[in-house]
Design a protein around this ligand. Structure first.
Ligand SMILES: *[C@@H]1O[C@H](CO)[C@@H](O)[C@H](O)[C@H]1NC(C)=O
Ligand SMILES: *[C@@H]1O[C@H](CO)[C@@H](O)[C@H](O)[C@H]1NC(C)=O
Ligand SMILES: *[C@@H]1O[C@H](CO)[C@@H](O)[C@H](O)[C@H]1NC(C)=O
Ligand SMILES: *[C@@H]1O[C@H](CO)[C@@H](O)[C@H](O)[C@H]1NC(C)=O
Ligand SMILES: *[C@@H]1O[C@H](CO)[C@@H](O)[C@H](O)[C@H]1NC(C)=O
Ligand SMILES: *[C@@H]1O[C@H](CO)[C@@H](O)[C@H](O)[C@H]1NC(C)=O
Length: 248
């Protein structure tokens, strides 16, 4: 509660201060984000960026579109796997379909069990169509495999979840997969494409994105508020040891 109160007060204060000056996304602060959603996405692959963007939205006018094939709520429940008949799954309501999605500055692609769904044709088509018109793509976890199948990772450098390494790297035969990385930044072509390692690495990648394209101060401010112990060195990958499937 205290944090929320403090934040509310701070947010008002920021609003009254001079407009922020920042490092740039080719001269501009990103404003429009799109997050792709598909059946059996990993919850945190979507909520980590949203967590960060919820705070960015208090400092800068920012828009987030949650984009999926239809407007039906999208569940985290895997298509076939639910051996214990559990009801732990959550659903998120999209704001746009692939047809109605606005143009976005930053496209975020999550992973999760659904990254292995056999038919993601609609998702792949959307990513392939949208990515060239964005200023940045951020893949989280096995999202880099989804983007690889969409055909946008050819010739790019990327990483992915070490516990899913063997399978996901086969999705991008023309991708240079970096086995030890908390996240990877590829600037070899437009748009720049970043990709993070597993799940919570999305926090570190997004905070680095904030550091680079908003300000270091903003990244520190947000990581302090969410009490996240940041990994700031992209080569610091405590999970690289799991690369041969020793994670579980
Ligand atoms: C970045 O800015 C330069 C100079 O203003 C411009 O020529 C270029 O097209 C911009 N690139 C993108 C991807 O917006
Ligand atoms: C799963 O749970 C639902 C709801 O309680 C029940 O109707 C169904 O029979 C259960 N299925 C299995 C395979 O246990
Ligand atoms: C694959 O998905 C697309 C888009 O949802 C759908 O139109 C198509 O019928 C599906 N194909 C198969 C073989 O299930
Ligand atoms: C990889 O590159 C080769 C040669 O350019 C191309 O034929 C192939 O379709 C590419 N693979 C993928 C998955 O895009
Ligand atoms: C965010 O960064 C801008 C640009 O450096 C700065 O003006 C502003 O005070 C920062 N706000 C917070 C809360 O870090
Ligand atoms: C994973 O396996 C490959 C092939 O056996 C081996 O070269 C590599 O050193 C292993 N990596 C780790 C981190 O164990």
């Amino acid at each position: 509660m205290d944090v929320i109160k403090t934040l509310g007060t701070c947010a008002l204060t920021f609003g009254l201060l001079a407009s922020p000056v920042s490092a740039s996304l080719n001269g501009t602060i990103p404003k429009k984000y799109g997050i792709v959603m598909f059946r059996a996405f990993d919850t945190t692959d979507i909520t980590a960026p949203l967590e960060i963007l919820n705070f960015i939205g208090l400092m800068y006018n920012t828009e987030v579109a949650l984009i999926s094939e239809t407007l039906d709520p999208v569940s985290t429940q895997p298509l076939t796997m639910n051996p214990k008949n559990s009801s732990v799954w959550t659903s998120f309501a999209p704001t746009h379909t692939f047809e109605t999605a606005p143009a976005v500055d930053v496209l975020i692609v999550p992973g999760g069990p659904g990254a292995r769904n056999p038919n993601m044709t609609a998702v792949w088509n959307y990513i392939a169509k949208a990515a060239p018109h964005t200023k940045h793509v951020l893949n989280i976890c096995t999202g880099s495999g989804v983007s690889a199948k969409a055909g946008i990772m050819n010739g790019r450098k990327a990483t992915t979840n070490k516990a899913a390494w063997k399978e996901i790297t086969t999705y991008g035969p023309n991708t240079t997969w970096v086995p030890k990385a908390r996240w990877v930044e590829d600037y070899s072509a437009e748009p720049p494409i970043w990709s993070s390692s597993g799940v919570t690495s999305g926090f570190d990648m997004l905070l680095q994105f904030v550091e680079k394209f908003y300000s270091p101060q903003n990244a520190t401010y947000i990581s302090n508020l969410i009490e996240h112990v940041r990994i700031t060195d992209p080569n610091n990958d405590p999970f690289a040891v799991n690369i041969n499937g020793t994670a579980a």
